[in-house]
Design a protein around this ligand. Structure first.
Ligand code: NAD
Length: 296
């Protein structure tokens, strides 16, 4: 069992940290939110006074923060935690960030003799809760083997995408597709309901037909169709519109670097940007259906 420093206890980080506690690891946790830390401390983690404090005795460091700027701010610079992590410690960075940021932070860690992986996840808050996340890993294969027992306590599928940053690139491709699929699923359901169909019946039909997809079958955006999804609880506690918008922005950046064409990804980015501007930024991304629903 390992001493783990865990930073970032939001919608994803909290259930991931809970699963590590359940697997018998000792956790020192830190989040900017005292409320978020309290829940982990009640479950047996020890509360660190700062991010530096959380990592100073750790054998494994895990971070799960919103975006590139938070991750670079955490690890780099005079206040950064890299200077507080002891030799031999393994760093697993699970946030979804720019591939370039992942490479920059890994290079700074390597320069100090520390091993680091980018290990963004897929599977949503439901997957984080039950420990079935998919980890999409970038970094050295032998470092991934060291990380595997820890990742297995939080996830079911572990993929090695390639070198540093490759985990992020693969994750961004996946989330661009997810953003498009959710917008398309919401559009189809809103059209059916506006034309007099029952969203439950239509969802059932499409999930046994060629329109079937993850957003429709496991994360249905229409209220009243499924239990235990954000649409059933006012679009709270899932994957925020602004986080999806960030990921679609990363897809645009990736496409510019690769001189690739992503017309549907760009369209989805614009849809989520409009939805966010209307005040929905903190709601779950499946609330995109609200933009398309006929006013009642
Ligand atoms: P969240 O906003 O719920 O949680 C982020 C947490 O980080 C918050 O508790 C915040 O207080 C904390 N934080 C921010 N800056 C910090 C700092 N400097 N030090 C300590 N704590 C800090 O976000 P989330 O939904 O948990 O997502 C985290 C990451 O996982 C994002 O990159 C997101 O894109 C990715 N992701 C989310 C989902 C999902 O379904 N929510 C799924 C896959 C991947």
């Amino acid at each position: 069992m390992s001493n783990i420093g865990f930073i970032g206890l939001g919608n994803m980080g909290a259930p991931m940290a809970h699963n590590l506690l359940k697997a018998g690891h000792a956790l020192s946790v830190f989040d900017l939110s005292a409320v978020a830390m309290r829940k982990l401390v009640d479950a047996g983690a020890s509360q660190a006074a700062s991010a530096q404090d959380a990592v100073s005795h750790a054998e494994i460091v895990i971070s799960m923060l919103p975006a590139s700027r938070h991750v670079e701010g955490l690890y780099l610079g005079d206040e950064g935690i890299l200077g507080h992590i002891k030799q031999g410690t393994l760093i697993i960075e699970c946030s979804t960030i720019a591939a370039q940021s992942a490479k920059t932070v890994a290079a700074a860690a390597n320069a100090r003799g520390l091993a680091m992986l980018d290990a963004p996840v897929s599977g949503g808050t439901g997957g984080a809760l039950v420990g079935t996340l998919t980890f999409i890993v970038g970094g050295d294969a032998e470092v991934l083997e060291r990380a595997r027992p820890i990742l297995s306590a939080m996830g079911k599928n572990i993929f090695h995408a390639g070198t540093h940053g490759a985990g992020q690139t693969a994750k961004i491709c996946n989330n661009m597709l997810l953003g498009i699929l959710m917008a398309g699923t919401a559009e189809a359901l809103a059209l059916g309901v506006a034309s007099g169909l029952d969203p439950i019946v239509l969802s059932d039909i499409m999930s046994k037909s060629s329109g079937r997809n993850w957003a429709l079958e496991l994360y249905n955006p229409y209220p009243g169709v499924m239990e235990n999804v954000p649409a059933a609880r006012g679009y709270t506690g899932g994957f925020g519109v602004d986080l999806m918008l960030k990921d679609l922005g990363l897809a645009t950046e990736t496409a510019l670097n690769a001189q690739a064409s992503i017309p549907l990804g760009e369209l989805a980015r614009n849809l989520y940007a409009l939805h966010s501007k209307s005040g929905a930024g903190v709601l779950d991304f499946s609330s995109i259906v609200q933009m398309l629903q006929k006013a009642e």
